[in-house]
Design a protein around this ligand. Structure first.
Ligand code: AP5
Length: 219
């Protein structure tokens, strides 16, 4: 399957993508993770992206679209993928349509995760991420590690993302409403949008998402 995951910052896209990608045997492709990997490796691409990310703004399309295209061209994505954080504006959605058309393939669904803004703010404020290879995501209240500040999966140190400060989160939410939400209408016209509530336990949201994707596939 070829799926786009959309939802506000902190909706749980990364959390759900990990489970959905495993259940569906497709790679999880997160442009945010790709940018963060480039930043930690000190690449030119990472240097270009950093200032935009720290400010909560979108990285320019010229940088983002090429990076996403290169990742989607890798062998593990030939038969499907789960895109998390891409496309993020109508220009990127149009570019993705061109890429897919060139390959003679189509998207199967756009999964829209709906979460009220106050919940999103709570989720982001408590998020902690492992610096180690597992890059596991925790939440200080909703999904705490067994030992404070230490990753259960690999023992790595947990940290708070630079762009998770209150001020930057406000900007990211505004950017989501003005630039990313319009892609939901763009895809609605194509009959691809499936909206689910992302409230409740992580496993319940995954089950809801799997059911919605199954129904959209049958329809
Ligand atoms: P990106 O990394 O994509 O960030 P985002 O969209 O803001 O989303 P987040 O990673 O903040 O949240 P999430 O929805 O994945 O939530 P998570 O699962 O972690 O992008 C970052 C930046 O990169 C952008 O601002 C931009 O600058 C740049 N960028 C990326 N893509 C781009 C593009 N295409 N174009 C241009 N620029 C781009 O969950 C959040 C917390 O909630 C966690 O602590 C988790 O444990 C907890 N949680 C999850 N689910 C639940 C639940 N059901 N109940 C309780 N807690 C939960």
């Amino acid at each position: 399957m070829r799926i786009v995951l959309v939802g506000p910052p902190g909706a749980g896209k990364g959390t759900q993508a990990a489970y959905l990608a495993q259940n569906l045997s497709i790679p999880h492709i997160s442009t945010g993770d790709l940018f963060r990997a480039n930043i930690s490796q000190g690449t030119d691409l990472g240097k270009q992206a950093r200032a935009y990310m720290d400010a909560g703004q979108l990285v320019p399309d010229e940088v983002t679209i090429g990076m996403a295209k290169d990742r989607m061209a890798q062998s593990d994505a030939v038969n499907g993928f789960l895109l998390d954080g891409f496309p993020r504006n109508v220009g990127q959605a149009e570019a993705l349509d061109v890429m897919l058309k060139d390959e003679g393939v189509k998207l199967d669904a756009v999964l829209d995760l709906e979460v009220p803004e106050d919940e999103v703010v709570k989720r982001i404020a408590g998020r902690r991420i492992c610096r180690g290879d597992s890059a596991h995501v925790f939440h200080v209240t909703y999904n705490p590690p067994k030992t404070e500040g230490v990753c259960d999966a690999c023992g790595g140190e947990l940290y708070q993302r630079d762009d998770d400060s209150e001020e930057t989160v406000r900007t990211r939410l505004e950017v989501y409403h003005t630039q990313t939400e319009p892609i939901i209408d763009y895809y609605r016209v194509q009959g691809l949008v499936v909206t689910i509530s992302a409230l409740g336990k992580v496993a319940d949201v995954t089950a809801r998402a799997m059911e919605a994707l199954k129904t959209s596939d049958e329809g």
